[in-house]
Design a protein around this ligand. Structure first.
Ligand SMILES: Nc1ncnc2c1ncn2[C@@H]1O[C@H](COP(=O)(O)OP(=O)(O)OP(=O)(O)O)[C@@H](O)[C@H]1O
Length: 292
């Protein structure tokens, strides 16, 4: 079933068309990477999903219910982590989550257990210090716990990893992967390696629409080239027969030739390179191709 369905969504600011007939859907139980350059309208779209911003036209359905601007009814299905989450710095994580549980009407009997489960999930269960002392990564993890407190069907995260160091990013990605069985996740980002790591599906937002979608579990983006490790003499010999560019050190990329052709040329010229590997295109390669 589709947890999110957007159809023909449009939004302009001061005559500038930011979202221009956006149509997309997200299946329950998946992680969807919402990718796009800075300023393409990812946050704008998220605000319309949350009913915080009025669209000019088009519809948004969350768990089969239509989102209406200014009406928070559909937000009971949604947990939201903004790009820079705000907290009460004088509270500790438990106190803060307790407040969030009260606000979102989490059943009183369940509250303490829910809070402990979430603190454990985000690795803050042993933490008693005030939020003001937290690192950016810890705040982001607390933000996820906060967003999940009312057991939403859909978690929306706005660039959850962009400002974090590699360790902090891995922690967030692992948490998102772990909750996937309970909550569908949409996260916006331009860190494409993060998308490749954990997403099932990804959509490229470009000029107000989804320009291309990828099934990251099934799509093979094809070969970028063949990387051969050679000495400079071997390179100058082979460059007469193959389309080659220097990458770095003694590595050269061959393009527009099959592996079979490369082997034939090598054999004819009596060249036995240190290594030959097929180079797969990454999501970033494909993204740059489609958005250029
Ligand atoms: N309230 C507003 N008033 C006027 N223009 C706005 C408003 N909100 C967003 N915009 C403009 O809409 C465009 C899309 O902004 P948005 O923040 O949605 O992009 P984004 O994809 O989330 O970018 P980033 O990756 O940098 O966060 C930008 O040009 C922005 O300046």
């Amino acid at each position: 079933m589709e947890i999110l369905k957007i159809d023909g969504l449009k939004k302009a600011f001061h005559g500038k068309q930011v979202i221009d007939g956006l149509t997309m859907s997200v299946e329950e139980g998946t992680i969807y990477g919402f990718i796009g350059n800075n300023g393409t309208g990812k946050t704008t779209t998220m605000k319309m999903i949350l009913g915080l911003l009025k669209q000019d036209s088009g519809t948004v359905f969350v768990s089969g219910e239509q989102v209406t601007f200014g009406d928070t009814a559909t937000n009971r299905h949604i947990g939201y982590l903004p790009d820079v989450p705000e907290f009460y710095p004088y509270m500790n994580a438990r106190e803060y989550l307790n407040l969030c549980a009260e606000i979102t009407d989490v059943n009183k009997q369940e509250r303490a257990e829910r809070i402990e489960t979430l603190l454990k999930l985000v690795g803050l269960n042993g933490e008693t210090s005030k939020i003001r002392t937290y690192s950016r990564g810890m705040k982001q993890r607390l933000g996820i716990a906060q967003a999940l407190i009312h057991r939403p069907k859909l978690l929306i995260c706005d660039e959850p990893t962009s400002a974090l160091d590699p360790g902090g990013r891995m922690e967030i990605l692992n948490i998102l992967k772990e909750i996937k069985s309970e909550t569908t996740v949409i996260f916006s980002t331009h860190v494409l390696t993060d998308v490749e790591r954990i997403c099932d599906q990804a959509g490229v937002l470009h000029e107000g629409k989804i320009l291309q979608e990828f099934n990251l579990k099934a799509d093979d983006f094809g070969d970028k080239g063949i990387i051969i490790r050679l000495n400079p003499d071997e390179f100058s010999c082979l460059s007469h027969h193959l389309n080659m560019t220097h990458i770095e050190n003694t590595d050269y990329r061959v393009t527009n030739h099959s592996l079979q052709e490369v082997y034939e040329v090598l054999h004819k010229n009596n060249i036995y390179p240190e290594s030959i590997v097929r180079e797969k295109k990454s999501l970033e390669d494909v993204y740059l191709e489609v958005t250029k």
